[in-house]
Design a protein around this ligand. Structure first.
Ligand code: ATP
Length: 500
């Protein structure tokens, strides 16, 4: 039952009794029956059959036995190390007390979705032999004032009760999406969220080393900058651990972990798949292994082969193949658009195109697959400009052939604008080193337009110079719907204006 309807029912019952008494109905039998049902419900709840209070349905799922160990989490070596060190505070509590160190009350895990933050919290519970109680920020959001705060109280109470019942010395409370209740508070306006957040702060302030069970709150967010400073101050969530997207070694580790229960063929090279899965999160890598197994099963084969894994990467990256049929004119426009990206990519990074395809996938009508990139954490201005030129290649090519653009470039423009913003924030534009708040919107707009216009002109010029490659590749793509990287580079070699 949705939470709001549960509260509506709770509010409705007393009103109904008062109304019935008012119109002269004898409510005593009803009251007795109600009390019996209530007592029955309470007994079932105490036996653990029904979980009510903070979390409800989702909590029951998440709270399941926290048997997970750190060894079952792929990559994330630094985060795991930092977390283990922090958890020693919970384990070595006697020493902590001796030195008068205040207890560690909150750890904040920050990082993109699907990187294993929940897994880390579960492993933390296993490592410290604590009970694990979990809830998500969105579960505390209610339209009735005070309900969210009540749920926070229940959550802490639940942790303490379970620790006592299971005879454990400590409890870990995991709150996912903490930003939902812990967002920055604006002015003196009292909102329901404020009460919930205040309750969380009060509960955390009431955690002491001497108390049994010792409580540690682990929260997760992918929007740390949104959090209220009261939440981050010393004594609350003052230990921050970054859980980043895995690097190549981490990706290979995660793939190996998820391959554990699957039959892998002799040709499978998980390191190669990890290389191709650049930028994937742990959750996406898990999905790659799962999809590959599904492809294998559908093909009635016994073992997962490398090609199943490659197909799975395409699916996770770009969505399932769709059977959307487009007319010939639309198909040609898509081919021109994709070739615009591909030619720019090959010009600025020779050898980078793996495949250009016209088959619709997810929302896209066509796509360019790039060869795996090298892991990179710092980007130069010219690298970012080249990236924008690759993104603008699609729209530039449409202009070159048709004299105008289509709606197919909106994602490319969004990507370009994001890169320009990064350049501005990094002091890589003619605005110099700036704080974005110091500059007016007009100034930002002007600089943005200057950069994008210049790069668009350079893109059009380069595409125009390579028109022969374009025309030949377009013929092949329209005929075969797929152009491999090698076929594509062959066009470059046969042309006089070769990049390499
Ligand atoms: P969100 O921010 O969306 O809540 P999260 O960071 O908490 O995501 P998890 O829920 O921990 O991510 O991970 C989701 C799933 O992805 C896991 O159940 C697991 O299958 C897989 N996964 C993610 N990261 C890893 C990892 N480092 N090692 C192994 N599996 C992982």
């Amino acid at each position: 039952m949705p939470k709001w309807s549960k509260e509506a029912v709770i509010g409705f019952i007393p009103v109904m009794f008062v109304f019935l008494a008012f119109i002269g109905v004898n409510i005593v039998p009803l009251l007795v029956a109600g009390m019996l049902i209530g007592a029955l419900f309470f007994i079932v709840k105490m036996k653990g059959g029904i979980a009510v209070g903070a979390g409800g349905e989702r909590k029951r799922k998440k709270n399941g036995p926290a048997k997970l160990t750190f060894e079952e989490i792929g990559g994330q070596d630094n985060a795991k190390q930092e977390l283990r060190e922090a958890l020693d505070f919970l384990i070595r509590h006697e020493e902590i007390k001796k030195f008068g160190i205040r207890p560690l009350k909150g750890i904040l895990l920050t990082g993109p979705p699907g990187t294993g933050k929940t897994l880390m919290a579960k492993a933390a519970a296993h490592y410290t032999n604590s009970v694990f109680v979990a809830a998500s920020g969105s579960e505390f959001v209610e339209m009735y004032v005070g309900v969210g705060a009540g749920r926070i109280r229940d959550l802490f109470k639940d942790a303490r009760t379970r620790a006592a019942k299971e005879n454990k010395q400590s409890a870990i409370i995991f709150i996912d999406e903490i930003d939902v209740i812990g967002g920055k508070r604006e002015g003196g306006q009292q909102r329901e969220y404020d009460q919930t957040l205040n309750q969380l702060l009060t509960e955390m302030d009431g955690i002491f080393t001497a108390d049994a069970p010792r409580i540690l709150v682990i929260a997760a967010t992918n929007r740390k900058e949104m959090l209220d400073s009261a939440l981050l101050r010393p004594g609350r969530f003052d230990r921050h651990i970054q859980v980043d997207l895995p690097d190549k070694k981490g990706r290979a580790h995660i793939l190996k972990l998820h391959a554990g229960n699957k039959p892998l063929g002799a040709d499978v090279d998980l390191d190669k798949i990890a290389e191709e899965a650049y930028g994937f999160s742990g959750a996406q890598l898990e999905s790659v292994m799962n999809e590959a197994a599904i492809y294998t099963m559908r093909a009635n084969e016994e073992y997962i082969l490398q090609r199943h894994l490659s197909m799975a990467i395409d699916k996770v990256m770009m969505g399932e193949r769709s059977d959307r049929e487009s007319n010939i004119e639309e198909k040609k426009r898509v081919a021109i658009h994709e070739l615009g990206h591909a030619i720019m990519a090959e010009l600025v990074r020779p050898g980078s195109v793996k495949q250009v395809a016209l088959s619709p996938r997810g929302k896209a009508l066509g796509y360019v697959r790039h060869n795996p990139q090298q892991e990179q954490y710092l980007y130069t201005k010219s690298f970012l400009e080249e990236q924008i030129m690759i993104a603008l290649g699609g729209a530039a090519a449409e202009e070159m052939y048709y004299g105008g653009r289509s709606t197919g470039s909106s994602n490319d423009f969004e990507q370009s604008l994001n890169i320009v913003e990064t350049m501005m924030k990094s002091g890589l534009t003619s605005l110099g080193i700036i704080n974005m708040n110091m500059v007016t919107t007009e100034e930002l707009m002007k600089e943005n337009n200057v950069i994008l216009e210049d790069l668009m002109n350079r893109t059009k010029f380069l595409l125009g110079q390579n028109r022969a490659i374009f025309d030949n590749s377009l013929d092949i793509l329209m005929r075969e719907e797929i152009l491999s990287g090698d076929q594509f580079r062959c066009q470059f070699r046969e042309n006089t204006l070769l990049p390499a």
